[in-house]
Design a protein. Structure first.
Length: 187
């Protein structure tokens, strides 16, 4: 693995900082793909693959833009992500909420994601004010779009997976904000 990363950074003729960024991004891609393979396998075996895929399709875009809790090691990240997805797909999905409850909760979640995000890992440089504002707007747009999808398909079996994914992401974003003591604003 290290040889592949070294060859990639050397062949691209990058300076030290650019090499570190490239290595960081390659590792992130490899780690995310490996987690996805493990999760797809697990949820396929327990016959919950469609619920997992729907949760993942909602979770991933929000996570990429707004951030959240970050861990220093792959195993701790894998464990947290696994528990998160199991909680959404197996534990919470059967707990359905009334439409009149879900709509205001999703509106609050959208406001939370906008107000708090993005919360990036300490290993990444802080965003400037313009980038920060753009990320917040993108995150709000994504959450609103996903909330509309959940509302439009509220009668489907996957609706509860959708709103629980958004709710849990908002809660972990709040936790990340307080752990980072102010999120990006104090970076």
């Amino acid at each position: 693995m290290q040889n592949i990363l070294r060859m990639a950074s050397e062949s691209a003729n990058l300076n030290s900082k650019e090499q570190k960024v490239l290595i960081f991004r390659i590792k992130c891609i490899i780690y995310d793909i490996s987690k996805l393979i493990l999760f797809v396998t697990f949820f396929a075996v327990i016959h919950r693959l469609s619920s997992f895929i729907f949760a993942f399709l909602i979770f991933y875009p929000i996570r990429q833009i707004s951030g959240g809790l970050h861990f220093k090691h792959y195993i701790s990240c894998l464990a947290f992500s696994f528990v998160y997805m199991v909680f959404v797909v197996i534990v919470l999905a059967p707990l359905t909420l009334d439409f009149a409850v879900v709509v205001p909760i999703l509106a609050v979640c959208a406001a939370v994601v906008y107000a708090i995000g993005p919360v990036r890992p300490p290993s990444r440089p802080a965003l400037n004010k313009q980038e920060f504002a753009e990320q917040r707007k993108k995150a709000l747009s994504i959450v609103c779009y996903e909330a509309v999808l959940v509302v439009l398909f509220f009668d489907s079996d996957l609706a509860s997976v959708g709103y629980w994914t958004i709710i849990l992401h908002s809660l972990q974003l709040v936790m990340a904000y307080f752990i980072k003591k102010g999120g990006e604003r104090n970076a």
